[in-house]
Write a protein that binds this ligand. Structure first.
Ligand SMILES: [Zn+2]
Length: 474
């Protein structure tokens, strides 16, 4: 590996969160019956005229600002011509030489990865193939004309893992901005990659291979790792690497050749004659800048500084905006960052994942979580009782303070009451007492366990141990 150098660039397509399509008023609602969200414009009927969705432009600019790009004061749309059954006009309205924004970067770890350009375009329809017979294919035009943003990186990513990290950071940023829901399973975030590998001693760049059809961040990493290895094997055998497009086969975990350069499209780009050049006013940029607020990278750093959290904790708590908001809201009820962070990470996130629930839909409100953590830290209830409460509230949404009394979970910290139980346990377990006195110290743990059991898990373990030890050494 050490003698080779890998260079990766990514092309990420993101469906923008607008109510209507890019150039018409049709709805963008996902999951509707096929061909129910269409009109003459997005069906490409002759004589129709596109009208630009300004909201989509604003979302593009918002992303561009967050990715440190230069925003062009004037940009144009172009026609990208090609024939495909899901593209009724035989061209796609897109951008080419004069996009919304260029020359930005995204910080991943310690490295700034360059963003070549951001452009806006319309999505195509969707083909549905009959997989059993392979005889028929249907086309659903609901997706045709949905606003799409393409983000192209510089070839500056140096490993498949770094490509996955980049995508995770980008997804986090875009979700934070409310620009897209970024659901890969629904196709609202898609990624193609290109990769080249060369010997470090070679001055010339390696041949570029394009990789498509990856449906998750994990498959992007795996697809690129497979391709990296395949090219290295070829270089070792002095074979020529073809410039081609390959598809990732998820089932077989391999890449397969799709087309070589000779078959590549010539898109014959030319300016879209039905749309005027778009001029961006500086006050629009200022307004969007003001809307953006704190970005996830900034929030992650602030969490470390302000709440003294580790970089690991801050990264987890800022992975999603909803989690970060939840965390800070909980702190407003119980200002113990490390405790709240631990409970969110070890308990809450597990429950959310198990039940496929979003933090915003969760019945454990930040206030309820804070109340539980507070009761545990004050020894009012045990940690185990806290966890039990959390699971119950997740389902019922009951106030933990009410539930604690209802379920009689308040810990016994009253010395007299604990002494009474200890007395009983000593009576019943004379052998263990003798064992302890003859030097078998582990017998103490057994006795503590018995006391807690007899108290129905309500005796405070620390207190039990303290009193018991004193009694035994008398
Ligand atoms: Zn339409």
């Amino acid at each position: 590996m050490d003698e080779f150098q890998t260079v990766i660039g990514l092309e990420v397509h993101v469906e923008l969160l607008t109510n209507s399509k890019m150039f018409c008023h049709c709805s963008t609602q996902f999951g509707s019956r096929p061909n129910t969200q269409v009109c003459p414009v997005c069906l490409g009927l002759p004589g129709t005229l596109p009208v630009v969705n300004e909201k989509a432009i604003e979302l593009g600019i918002k992303t561009a600002i967050a990715l440190n790009c230069k925003i062009n004061d004037e940009f144009i749309f172009v026609r990208k011509s090609y024939f495909y059954p899901d593209l009724p006009k035989n061209f796609q309205i897109s951008q080419y030489r004069n996009p919304v924004a260029e020359n930005g970067y995204l910080t991943v770890g310690e490295k700034n990865i360059g963003i070549t350009r951001i452009h806006l375009e319309e999505d195509t329809g969707k083909l549905i193939h009959d997989e059993q017979t392979g005889i028929w294919s249907c086309v659903d035009f609901n997706r045709s004309g949905i606003p799409l943003m393409e983000i192209v990186t510089e070839p500056e990513i140096s490993s498949p893992q770094e490509a996955e990290n980049f995508l995770q950071k980008l997804k986090r940023l875009i979700s934070y901005l409310g620009v897209s829901d970024c659901i890969m399973e629904e196709g609202s975030l898609r990624c193609d990659a290109n990769i080249s590998v060369k010997r470090k001693s070679d001055l010339k760049l390696g041949t570029k291979v394009e990789l498509k059809n990856m449906n998750s961040f994990k498959s992007v990493r795996r697809g690129l790792a497979y391709e990296e290895q395949r090219i290295i094997e070829m270089l070792k055998e002095n074979r020529t690497v073809a410039q081609e497009t390959r598809l990732w086969n998820e089932a077989l975990q391999i890449t397969e050749g799709m087309r070589t350069k000779e078959e590549a499209h010539d898109y014959r780009y030319f300016p879209e004659p039905d749309l005027l050049p778009f001029k961006i006013k500086s006050d629009l940029i200022e307004r969007i800048k003001a809307e953006i607020g704190e970005l996830p990278n900034e929030r992650e750093k602030r969490f470390q500084k302000e709440y003294l959290l580790s970089s690991y904790d801050s990264a987890i708590l800022t992975a999603e905006k909803e989690i970060s908001d939840y965390f800070e809201k909980a702190l407003s009820y119980h200002n113990e960052p490390k405790q709240i962070a631990n409970w969110i990470q070890t308990e809450l996130l597990g429950l959310l994942k198990e039940h496929h629930t979003k933090p915003g839909e969760c019945k454990i409100t930040p206030e309820f979580l804070a109340k539980i953590v507070k009761m545990v830290s004050q020894d009012k209830i045990s940690g185990t009782a806290g966890k039990t409460l959390l699971k119950e509230i997740f389902l019922t949404g009951q106030d933990p303070e009410v539930l604690v009394n209802e379920k009689n979970l308040i810990q016994i910290t009253d010395t007299k009451e604990i002494e009474k139980i200890i007395h009983e346990v000593i009576e019943q377990n004379q052998q263990a007492v003798l064992d302890y006195k003859s030097g078998k110290t582990q017998a103490l743990g057994f006795l503590v366990g018995q006391v807690i059991k007899q108290s129905k898990n309500k005796a405070n373990p620390g207190k039990v141990k303290e009193i018991l030890q004193k009694k035994m050494n008398e």
